[in-house]
Design a protein around this ligand. Structure first.
Ligand code: C5P
Length: 226
C-alpha cells in the first residue's frame, strides 16, 4: 500500500503490450481511478513543441512539467482546457514523448502529479515505471509483454481505427526503436519491478488479459488484507 493506504494496481510494459486498454478496463471493472502516465509525457512533449522549447532542454522542460496545465475529462487529455487527444496519440507524439522521458528532472517534476492520482477507492496506473518508481509500494504490480510483431499489429489496428495513415513495417521499426530507448535509458528504464508478475499477452485477447489481471489484483488485495 502507498502512504495514504489507497490500493494501487501498477501495470507496466512496452508500447503495444495492451496495457492501456487492459488497465482502463480493469479500472472500470473495479470502479477505480485510472492513470495513463504515458499521456503525461506525450502532452508535455506537445506543450514543449508549442512553446518552442527544444526537446533536450532539461531545465526548461522540467519547468513546463512542474506546472503542466493538463487534466483529463472523461478520459480525454485536455491541455490548457483544449482536447489534445488526437494530437497526442500519433506515433510522432509517442516518439517525442520518449525523447523527453529520459530526462531525470522531467521525471522528477512529474512525480507528484502522478502520485496525486492515488485517490480512494483505488488507482490503476499504467506506464513504464509505475511499479518501480512512481508507486513502489503498490500491492499489485503487473508487467505486460507481447512479441514485437504482435505489438506492431495491435498499434497498426488501433491507429488505423483512429484514422491515421500508417505502415506496418515502419511501425515495427518505430516500436523496436522506442523499446530500445525506453529500456536503455539510465533513469527509470523500462523493466519489471522485482515483485512484478509477468504476463505475456501475445496469445491472449483483451478480454482474457483483463480477466487475468483482475484475478491477480483480487489475489493481491486478499494478501494485503491479510
Ligand atoms: O505508454 P505510451 O506509449 O503512451 O508512452 C509514450 C512514451 O512515454 C514511452 O515510449 C516512454 O518513453 C514514455 N513513458 C515513460 N514513463 C511512463 C510512461 C511513458 O517514460 N511511465
Amino acid at each position: 500500500m502507498n502512504g495514504e493506504a489507497v490500493p494501487v494496481v501498477a501495470i507496466d510494459g512496452p508500447s503495444g503490450s495492451g496495457k492501456g486498454t487492459v488497465a482502463l478496463r480493469v479500472a472500470r471493472a473495479l470502479g477505480w481511478h485510472y492513470l495513463d502516465s504515458g499521456a503525461l509525457y506525450r502532452v508535455l512533449a506537445l506543450y514543449a513543441v508549442r512553446r518552442e522549447v527544444p526537446l533536450d532542454d532539461e531545465s526548461q522542460l522540467a519547468e513546463l512539467a512542474g506546472s503542466l496545465p493538463l487534466r483529463f475529462d472523461q478520459g480525454k487529455a485536455m491541455l490548457v482546457g483544449a482536447d489534445v487527444e488526437n494530437e497526442i496519440r500519433s506515433e510522432q507524439a509517442g516518439d517525442r514523448a520518449s525523447r523527453v522521458a529520459p530526462l531525470p528532472a522531467v521525471r522528477r517534476a512529474l512525480l507528484s502529479w502522478q502520485r496525486n492520482c492515488a485517490m480512494p477507492p483505488g488507482l490503476v496506473a499504467d506506464g513504464r515505471d509505475m511499479g518501480t518508481v512512481v508507486f513502489p509500494d503498490a500491492d499489485c504490480k503487473i508487467f505486460l509483454t507481447a512479441s514485437v510483431e504482435q505489438r506492431a499489429q495491435r498499434r497498426f489496428n488501433q491507429l488505423r481505427q483512429k484514422g491515421f495513415d500508417v505502415n506496418i513495417h515502419r511501425l515495427f521499426e518505430e516500436i523496436s526503436e522506442r523499446d530500445r530507448r525506453d529500456a536503455g535509458r539510465r533513469v527509470s528504464p523500462l523493466r519489471p519491478a522485482e515483485d512484478a508478475m509477468l504476463l505475456d499477452t501475445t496469445e491472449l485477447t483483451i478480454d482474457q488479459a483483463v480477466e487475468v489481471v483482475l484475478g491477480l489484483a483480487d489475489r493481491s488485495r486478499g494478501k494485503a488484507r491479510g
